[in-house]
Design a protein around this ligand. Structure first.
Ligand SMILES: [Mg+2]
Length: 214
């Protein structure tokens, strides 16, 4: 766990979902593989050529963005695949139920946190996949607010999905903490706007949040 900053008064927590509320690298990898295959079909080149082209774009992007890797959504946009189709692919292809299981420790953790704080989930996945993921983990009831890609139409690290969540939580930015597994995607921008930020590196970090936040 890396605590970037925690405000004095915490009223709300905004959670990322993928690789934050579950640790299955297999499920996450399945998402990348499924989307990459779909993208390769879209590009219409032979597999190896398409992979080379994607790698070339990723390198170019990093070179012109201070070493930052592009988010998958940015790779899609390069090939003319907008957010609407990105969402359609995700909702049609992803199978959280095949990889994830009920997480009793996560349920207990969120039970404790939900008593003290207003909770929201902000994800670059779709509302349908977010809901199914939270369902299988057993924690959907703790997230009355889910801001997903098909609602915000903006890919994190955009501040837009965070702003939607803040306005629905009716909390000031300075009293909310963003919790996620990717510094550049989940934390940097919200922290720049005055939010707290906690990087979680394993599930134990998430289970420790009620103690860490006090
Ligand atoms: Mg994540």
């Amino acid at each position: 766990m890396k605590i970037v900053t925690i405000p004095e008064k915490i009223e709300g927590l905004i959670f990322d979902i993928d690789l934050t509320l579950y640790g299955s690298k297999e499920y996450y990898k399945s998402q990348i593989d499924l989307l990459t295959n779909e993208l390769i079909n879209e590009i219409g080149m032979p597999f190896d050529e398409a992979m080379e082209d994607i790698t070339r774009f990723r390198k170019e992007y990093a070179n012109t963005h201070g070493g930052r890797k592009p988010a998958l959504g940015q790779v899609f946009l390069h090939y003319g695949v907008g957010i609407e189709r990105n969402c359609e692919w995700r909702t049609r292809l992803f199978r959280p139920e095949d990889y994830l299981v009920y997480d009793e420790r996560l349920v207990r953790t969120l039970e404790l946190l939900s008593v003290r704080y207003s909770l929201a989930a902000v994800t670059n996945n779709t509302t349908a996949i977010a809901a199914r993921t939270l369902d299988v983990l057993g924690v959907r009831r703790f997230f009355p607010i889910i801001v997903a890609l098909d609602r915000s139409l903006a890919v994190k690290p955009s501040m837009i999905p965070f702003e939607i969540a803040l306005s629905e939580m009716k909390k000031p930015v300075a009293c909310v903490v963003s919790v996620g597994d990717r510094m550049e995607v989940d934390l940097e921008v919200p922290v720049k706007h005055g939010m707290g930020g906690i990087l979680v590196e394993k599930m134990e970090d998430v289970y420790a949040l009620p103690d860490v936040l006090g």
